[in-house]
Design a protein around this ligand. Sequence first.
Ligand code: PMP
Length: 297
Amino acid sequence: MLVDRIGNTPLVRLQRLGRGRLRAGVEVWVKLESFNPGGSVKDRAAWSILRAAEQAGQIGPDTVLLDSSSGNTGIAYGMIAAARGHRLRLCLPKNANTERKKLLRAYGVDVVETDPLEGSDGAIRAARALAAEDPRHLYLDQYSNPANWRAHYETTGPELWRDTAGCITHWVAGLGTTGTFVGTSRALKQENPAVRCVAVQPDAPFHGLEGLKHLPSAMVPAIWDPTLVDEALAAPTEPSLELVRRLAREEGILAGPSGGAAVWAALEVASRLEAGVVCTVLPDGGERYLSEAHLWP
Ligand code: PMP
């Protein structure tokens, strides 16, 4: 089945970006989440959330699945809902880019566009209002649903442990719903409590790092667990976007902006080490952002 192909994405070592900056015993590895069938890390959370709802018998013939998303979760839900025969309504900020809107339309998702000035928090408020209005909706709420972080506890974390043969020393991840960071950090710390978990946020409320949240100025997800954070880094937009371009041109890896922020943070951490294995995920692929003029002038 299509959903069986979610996860087990490739982990590859950066060959050139750290040259001259990293010591010989330091490695930076990136996990390419664009290899998921829906093209992003959110396939893992979306399938975990929908599988839990199916198993709990929450999806009846009249049920309309409902959530908010800045794009990737919606696309992942759209793919899985089509494959499983479910109906889906999605609240999405109106300023989501063309690629996202076209992909959602392609998967047949019923999109409710929300105030662009309110960003992902506006989409959350719209989904809450729709859920309260019409009981046919099953509000999946990726920001509060434990099946979100559990996806990463059960898959992303164990995959990183396996693919580094237990040698991972640092785990770096950007925060959106925080599911990737929380679930993977819990799994890795269970294997080895010495693994350092580094959480990355944009350095400002208004930023160009699609999929990431500036938590001090946003609605904090219920699944967030700050006790897992060994270090917090604030990624600046422009240097992160420059790394997106360098990943493409110097490594042959086409990633999205949040992948640039993840690599920016991974290189910051790695550049201070004498030895270590630093891993991060690139949450989606760059084809989803080719229309963005500030990224690809
Ligand atoms: N990057 C992108 C492009 C995303 O779509 C998301 C999901 N919002 C993230 C990073 C953050 O992942 P998470 O929601 O698991 O924190």
